[in-house]
Design a protein around this ligand. Structure first.
Ligand SMILES: Nc1ncnc2c1ncn2[C@@H]1O[C@H](COP(=O)(O)OP(=O)(O)OP(=O)(O)O)[C@@H](O)[C@H]1O
Length: 276
């Protein structure tokens, strides 16, 4: 391993310039320009297959772009050790199996143990790496996410909604500068979804320096604390900027290819199709 990497707070948290990703001869995304500042809370929206997860994988330092340059926390991908950079990045993605959930279930690991694995960024616990400070921190994070009473509960018996919040607590364990949430509400029922959104909003208010990027399919899942939005379509950025300018009926209609009307009630967004 090289020199220890620290986030460079002088510039942007994320800066993608002309980024493209090609897999098996096919461009999944291209010409992506995106700059996100520290402390901003972004939502990424777009139809199925628009390239949201692919773009996120570059921004979260999971993969290198095929073309263009990506700076993450001030460091250029390709010039830094991605694993070290990922130590400053929290990732919450139910689909990506960041925790070996099958193993956790088998070993009856508790919610507290799952959060602890966030300290080492491992799928399974590395017990000799967790001291009293880490144990205490895992308890505090569970409390912050409204899961105080779940600490000793086996993760395997926790509901999907509880797991979603435990995953966020796990992502915060390494004290990341940026957290990516890829469809964090997928599969949750209404109360569980609302609990998660409230937890994410509280987090944003309690940690002004934290940057978050959330991918979702549903406008009603966008936290009220969101400051910026980026719309994707067919592998390209359609528009990006302050939420007030981007989350409009006109832009969403163009993004999703049908006439849509958008309402905002008490900070949250609601969308519906217009009859034509
Ligand atoms: N490894 C891969 N090899 C080939 N094609 C891929 C690969 N990964 C993704 N794709 C394709 O790239 C396109 C963009 O995928 P991506 O998952 O980034 O979209 P998305 O906007 O996140 O979609 P969704 O909303 O459905 O999750 C899709 O057409 C997908 O089939």
């Amino acid at each position: 391993m090289g020199e220890e990497i620290v986030p460079d707070r002088a510039g942007a948290a994320l800066e993608l310039s002309g980024v493209g990703v090609r897999v098996s001869g096919r461009w999944l995304i291209g010409e992506i320009d995106w700059r996100a500042g520290y402390g901003e809370h972004w939502v990424i929206l777009g139809p199925n297959g628009a390239g949201k997860t692919t773009m996120l994988s570059v921004a979260a330092s999971v993969r290198h772009p095929t073309t263009g340059t990506a700076h993450v926390l001030g460091h250029r991908l390709g010039r830094v050790d991605l694993r070290e950079l990922r130590g400053h990045i929290g990732l919450v993605a139910a689909s990506q199996g960041l925790v070996d959930e099958a193993l956790m279930e088998e070993e009856h690991a508790t919610a507290h143990t799952v959060v602890l694995t966030g300290h080492t960024g491992t799928a399974a616990p590395l017990w000799d790496r967790y001291g009293p400070a880490e144990h205490e921190r895992a308890h505090r994070l569970l409390a912050e996410l409204g899961c105080k009473d779940l600490a000793e509960r086996p993760f395997g018996v926790c509901s999907q909604g509880e797991r979603a919040r435990i995953r966020v607590a796990r992502a915060l364990m390494a004290d990341p500068a940026i957290v990516f949430l890829d469809e964090p509400s997928a599969g949750l029922d209404l109360p569980a979804r609302e609990d998660l959104i409230v937890a994410v909003e509280d987090l944003a208010r309690a940690r002004p320096e934290l940057t978050t990027v959330t991918v979702t399919h549903h406008l009603e899942e966008v936290p009220a604390t969101t400051t910026h939005a980026l719309l994707m379509r067919e592998g390209r950025v359609l528009t990006a900027g302050a939420v007030g300018e981007v989350l409009t009926g006109a832009w969403l209609s163009e993004c999703f290819g049908r006439p849509l009307a958008l309402d905002r009630v008490e900070g949250r967004w609601y969308v519906r199709a217009l009859r034509v």
